[in-house]
Design a protein around this ligand. Sequence first.
Ligand code: WTA
Length: 652
Amino acid sequence: MSDTAEKTYPPSDAMAAGAHVNADAYTRMYDASISDPDGFWREQGARVDWIKPFSTVKDVDFTLGNVHINWYADGELNVSANCIDRHLATRGDQTAIIWEPDSPEDGALHITYNDLHANTCKMANILRDMGVGKGDRVIIYMPMIPEAAYAMLACARIGAIHSIVFAGFSPDALAARVNGSEAKVVITADQAPRGGRNTALKTNADQALLHCKDTVKCLVVKRTGAQTTWVDGRDYDYNALAAEASATCEPEVMNAEDPLFILYTSGSTGMPKGVVHTTGGYLVYAAMTHEITFDYHDGDIYWCTADVGWVTGHSYIVYGPLANGATTLMFEGVPTYPDASRFWQVCEKHKVNQFYTAPTALRALMGKGRDFVKGADLSSLKVLGTVGEPINPEAWKWYNEVIGGGRCPIVDTWWQTETGGHLMTPLPGAHAMKPGAAMKPFFGVKPVVLEPTSAEVLQGDPVEGVLCIADSWPGQMRTIWGDHERFEKTYFSDYPGYYFTGDGCKRDEGGDYWITGRVDDVINVSGHRMGTAEVESALVAHGKVAEAAVVGYPHDIKGQGIYCYVTLMGGEEPSEELRVELRNWVRTEIGPIASPDLIQWAPGLPKTRSGKIMRRILRKIAEDDFGALGDTSTLAEPAVVDDLIENRMNRS
Ligand code: WTA
């Protein structure tokens, strides 16, 4: 059956009538954004307050060797002033952040825009006193607590560049990011409670800092009050300092193209790269997509379940919502604690209107059964969203019926750390949704589907190939921190003239887009992006491992699981204990999120005569798809494949 023959889900009349953008408006605005990008984005630039208005809008070149991306380049503004100060006159007493802690027994906090202002200013003054100034880097390694948002906004206020490291990363991974960004300060907390367990963040930071310059300082926020070691002169007590700090702090005047943050993300080769986002274009794009994709209206309660350690938390917990004067919910916990009803209990408790989560969470909750949903009143929900990976139609339908009661459009938002905000998504009042389809480009986004090897642009519908974007949008990343050449090579060299997304895609008979997954060596584990190369280098760093190859394989809950083929050093014997040891090793090298799901012993790996590992074959074996191995005649030693298949079948 063709995709378009499936049932589609048009917006209700009421939704279409009340939405910021209905079908006609979408077409009109999209056409305008493509025919006159300068005019379109000049108008959208008014979404934010400028200290000095911009005169130029777009200055972009995707030509290899000369790639540069500038938006609103001569404008000046401050992101924290846009997310806080400009709302104070009209909504100072409105809740900016609802904080829901890990345990439902601890009460939620309601932080008003006035509170947010005072707390952000205090944190900004503390950072300034610690010697942080414009352009300096600050690492944030925090639980999902309001202080994480204060820290981000405080950096933005004084012009420092933050780089958040997800609290699930190990001390080694943290140290690599502190050193890579040459950060002056690490902001952390004593502990991070999640799902009833406490992660010792400060202890991790202590370990990481052993591998960093001794000038790096550490600002420690109290979360649980647990005892931590304390290094005088290096460690600063946030709570003690905040009690004394001034609650006003003049925002720094920033150029539109000054960096706002660096966020490390995995690629297909080498170590994670520091994606750089800047100030003006990013904020315009985050604000606009937040308002339009979720059809956010003044007074709505909006909840994105991501962590601020990922880009979703940057754009859609903090910057987009707060720029729009929204009430944004920050959740410290996990969907299954104390039990699998938690998300829905929180929706009821805070009367959430827009709910945004990852397919992996939905699949996990779906597996627990409907009883966990039944007890919750979900009538406040208006729009549902997903992000991070393709959503399978079964999970989509469950989300639609069981959570949304068939009333709530589902925005399946496709985007990336690199893109700053949504690039493709259905809009709630405009598009007839198809379960699993990212549907339509956002305004100003020009997707093209290319034939992977010839790089020919595939015309007409339906087509399938690799997904590139033909022109810039304001939220696009500007460079890789400290390595512009790598930026050009990664994104602009395979398909000259285009931004290459790394994703495959099909466009159906109706002209709607479906993301088919990564075409490179990046895998998507529970919505978290992971470079197979990173896991491989962690494995080979173990003394007993000679060689390793890592691929993704289909996993019911996680979307993809981490499958490792490991060749041991001569003389080492495979054993269950060694499997456990290697799994723990990877957890300490990278973090629990990189924990291998399966380790298969591989006496040899399939390689070409030039020594290149043929991952295509490894992927097929991991998928149990032995009939589709393709041509193995170019292998140096074709027999290794038979061994691998045999081991796979014996699960050894
Ligand atoms: C995948 C997360 C299908 C995709 C915001 C992309 C998706 C990678 C979707 C980026 C979606 C994200 N449908 N696939 N709605 N959203 N992806 O950088 O492969 O953590 O390239 O950004 O996630 O992951 P990242």
